[in-house]
Design a protein. Sequence first.
Length: 399
Amino acid sequence: MLLRLATLLVLLIAAPASAQRLPAPDWVRSVRITRPGTTVRSGPSTGASRRGTVQVGTRAPFLGRVMGQGCPGGEWIQIGPRAFVCETLVQFSPAPPQGDELPRVEDGSLTPRAHAFVSTDGTWAYARPEDYFRDRWVESLGRGFGLAIIERRNVDGVEMARTITNLWVPVAELRFARPSDFEGLSLDGEALGSVAWIVRERAPLRSSPGGRVVERGSRLVRVTVEEERGEYLRTADGHWVHRRDVARARPTERPDEAGEGERWIDVDTRAQVVTAYVGDRPVWVTAVSTGRGATATPTGSYRIWVKLAEDDMDDLEREDVSENYAIQAVPWVQYFHGSIGFHAAFWHDRFGRPRSHGCVNLSPRDARWLFSFTQPNLPPGWDAIIPGSEGRGTLVRVR
């Protein structure tokens, strides 16, 4: 993963002040992307900085055709402000521009894809489903590895699953993820300090601070805090709950790096809460899981440097851990400090407690909301965008 991130962290190189314009047919209204992961650059040159990538099949706006460098033939197509693609990667189209909002989520689903985890260490994966019966495996998968599933098929009585990398795995060797439907709260006049979620299963709800238990609270149920007394909080229903059993938002001042009216994100690692602000006004809040132990999320002020519709995550390069992890196609990824960022966590619902390898885990609904809130937005059909000098990424303050 670090290698992939390093290829994205490139210095921004300004596009030429002027480029030779080239003629194009009058009927061209868009260009259809023909190669997966087509790179968009800030100028008509392979030496220009990356702006992002566009999904195959997208019809991007046609804004002009110019002569540049590095592309076979030299022709580049402009598809946006300081956004160029090599002409050999597109086809002219008379149709209007069209692109999906990525990642694409089917109605009724929480995540763009089904995901499953390998149950047994050494599970075999096959190039073709029928190879299962011949023991012709091509890859051995580690226990706990996360796979993005795009097809399930019954082959001679054995149910097989096809992964996003087109390998086939027996369904019997997989444990399918059940994403949490937890979601945060859009603030509409509600005081930020009154918002909290119970994060302990069967949390004691008492008649008074330290008094008898009158009820048990369920995890991730939201409560409204109306009074504080020592280590206890009184909720709107009259119960008293211990501070350690809730994730509660803590109001904070706008950092100096954020301008008036600017969108920014507060990550409170002590409270395990993320709050979205517009200037001095909190607009949304949720419970999250940040890094724990040796992989605690680093504190400081950062800016989102890349947004990806999906990204593979792993630590396979590490030899100092007892067990590696690898998860395919994690959705709504926003890196703000190297490989540390926000993303959906469809494999657990322990939000409100530290749990991650350093990133900020959000529920799928919350990751999707935050992805749409931060800048820059993904243009239609783009599956990655790098802010660069074209516009600063949203400020993230971790405390």
